[in-house]
Design a protein around this ligand. Structure first.
Ligand code: FMN
Length: 235
């Protein structure tokens, strides 16, 4: 139990870990050692899951395996191969308010990089940075058994968030990447993953480049009033 920790210090540390997590899109080449990754993943594995079924499976990809995977994904992207994700991550039909939030985020990111609206070449090049893991030395690739239900995907999100928030305690940053599930055939072939699994997403992990302008990007959040409904007042 954490009761012996002074409450304010504990609250501040938790707050700092949560709010300092953001998607980093430029990493230093500095490696992350295995002991750190093990400690982080062990901690993340304490995430809750319905009846404790723990549906997560992680491939840790670094060194030459990382370079091979990155090169193969980038080549597929550059050849114009259409993405073939194994599940729909984004809405099939975009509508308000989601499309507006998506646009605001995309435009915010691209304007920071000086990419003009409609510049498809520059947009594709920036999208390609996903496959270079934004320079991160390690990719985490997440899979789930195909026969598990929606509830297990809910559990999975908690595990992913544990990794991202937990990473802050080690001075690490992350970028969750649905893009890494765009070409499942390539990832499965390279990592020896069977077709009884679905590729959930990937995640770049490493040390943030503090000087990269792209890392200043912090998309807004909707205010509390837009997503909370109060029923009677808690006192
Ligand atoms: C499951 C998941 C997949 C994502 N996939 C990508 C991706 O492929 N590429 C990318 O640059 N950002 C990706 N993001 C990051 C989102 O764009 C980001 O979380 C959102 O804009 C909020 O910004 P923040 O994470 O910096 O707070 C993903 C986020 C999540 C949760």
């Amino acid at each position: 139990m954490k009761d012996s920790i002074p409450r304010d210090t504990f609250r501040e540390a938790v707050h700092e870990a949560i709010v300092s997590r953001r998607s980093i899109r430029a990493f230093l080449p500095k490696p992350v050692d295995r002991a750190t990754l093990e400690a982080l993943l062990r901690m993340a594995g304490t995430a809750p899951s319905g009846t404790n079924i723990q549906p997560w499976q992680v491939h840790v990809v670094s060194g030459s395996a990382r370079d091979r995977l990155s090169a193969a994904l980038l080549a597929a992207h550059q050849s114009g191969e259409p993405p073939r994700r194994e599940y729909e991550y984004y809405p099939v039909k975009w509508r308000s308010p989601y499309i507006d939030r998506r646009r605001a985020t995309g435009w915010g990111l691209y304007s920071l990089l000086g990419i003009e609206k409609g510049d498809r070449e520059a947009s594709a090049r920036q999208h390609g940075r996903n496959y270079e893991l934004f320079g991160a030395p390690v990719a985490l690739i997440f899979t789930i058994d195909k026969d598990l239900e929606a509830g297990s995907w809910l559990d999975y999100g908690m595990f992913l968030q544990n990794i991202m928030v937990g990473a802050r305690g080690f001075g690490l940053h992350t970028c969750p990447q649905a893009a890494l599930a765009n070409y499942p055939r390539i990832v499965k072939e390279q990592l020896g993953i069977g077709d009884d699994k679905i590729l959930v997403c990937g995640m770049a992990i490493g040390y943030a480049d503090p000087d990269a302008p792209i890392n200043q990007f912090q998309p807004d959040r909707i205010p509390l009033e837009e997503f909370v409904t109060w029923h009677d007042d808690p006192r």
